[in-house]
Design a protein around this ligand. Structure first.
Ligand SMILES: [Zn+2]
Length: 217
């Protein structure tokens, strides 16, 4: 006999597959060619690098359609410059899809950032989050001066700022700028309590905004 847990799990899966069939039927009724066109290929103009948090539902939050946003998500939207996964996504998006925008998006109340600010072990996640602890240490004075309730979100912002700078240092980005392409890297924060995306106004759109040592000529 199935346990309660597996029954719940089964109903989740059934509901999601049902939702999918209903959605396809609705879209097809309104736009008969929608999926035929979708299958032809993608040309998104925006790469989104965000947190895996289930509340960061990119398509829903931005009211965009399938094919409009290329997405990479991981816990606490980290962009380790040596990480093959995120680098492959950025490379493909910038070099082949030729996106015009990269958005690095954090969010308020991020569990990954909270875990990094804690002394509790999160298992394997401890390794992934260590660079966020390092970021805290570098900015400790500023963060500790804030009310406790604001510390997690400020560290999230700092993590986004670092992510934007990391992307702006990548050779593939400089190659795009060298080709004369308009490529902008933005930092945003999703405010979960309002649903609004806050622009941190740290957009980098060219080589003059980062140290020359990173410039690829
Ligand atoms: Zn998060």
């Amino acid at each position: 006999m199935a346990s309660t847990d597996s029954q719940d799990s089964d109903s989740t899966i059934e509901r999601i597959l049902d939702n999918n069939r209903e959605w396809v039927a609705e879209v097809t009724a309104q736009h008969p060619d929608f999926f035929t066109n979708l299958a032809k290929g993608q040309s998104p103009n925006l790469l989104w690098i965000g947190c895996s948090d289930s509340r960061m539902a990119v398509d829903v939050l931005t009211n965009t359609q399938p094919g409009e946003v290329f997405i990479h998500r991981n816990i606490a939207n980290r962009i380790p410059s040596e990480d093959v996964n995120v680098n492959s996504v950025i490379n493909y998006a910038v070099k082949h899809l030729k996106v015009g925008h990269v958005v690095v998006a954090g969010h308020t109340g991020c569990g990954g950032i909270k875990a990094a600010l804690s002394n509790d072990s999160a298992g394997l996640l401890d390794h992934w989050l260590q660079p966020i602890k390092d970021l805290y240490v570098v900015n400790k004075r500023e963060i500790e001066a804030l009310p406790e309730a604001e510390r997690v979100d400020r560290l999230s912002e700092l993590n986004v700022i670092r992510g934007v700078r990391t992307v702006a240092k990548l050779p593939v980005v400089h190659e795009a700028w060298n080709e004369g392409r308009d490529l902008q890297i933005h930092g945003w924060m999703l405010q979960l309590h309002t649903g609004l995306l806050k622009d941190l106004n740290i957009t980098i759109s060219g080589e003059g905004q980062i140290d020359d040592i990173y410039v690829v000529k």
